[in-house]
Design a protein around this ligand. Sequence first.
Ligand code: HEM
Length: 103
Amino acid sequence: MGAVLEDIRKRPFIFNGFCALVLLLPLAWTSSKAAVKRLGFPVWQRLHRLVYVVAVLAALHFYQRVKVDHTQPLLYAAIVLAGFGIRLFAWRLKNRSRSARAS
Ligand code: HEM
């Protein structure tokens, strides 16, 4: 455990990777249909939004790891951002049609 902590102190990219891994644990534990039922969908969905944080941490972890040519980590980060953009667009469309139905 001491060696792991020392590694985290010396190499910040390890810290981000470790945080991403820790945040993935509750998602892995609650990925069954039974877990969705137990938690109820709204709570489950809120919890699973942690995946957005994990995606940012993982992209950062990769970026910090690479020392010379950042093309590949930047490409990964762009894919993550594009995914966020698509989600945001879908969310806005859903909200717009919901408020149009309400008025
Ligand atoms: C305790 C947790 C973690 C540790 C100690 C760790 C450590 C490392 C190390 C040492 C590398 C460099 C490997 C190499 O250059 O050959 C690496 C690369 C990478 N890690 Fe992690 N990692 C952790 C968690 C994660 C998680 C949770 C993700 C994704 C969700 C992730 C994504 C990546 C990616 C995309 C790379 C680049 C792979 C490549 O160079 O092709 N890591 N990690």
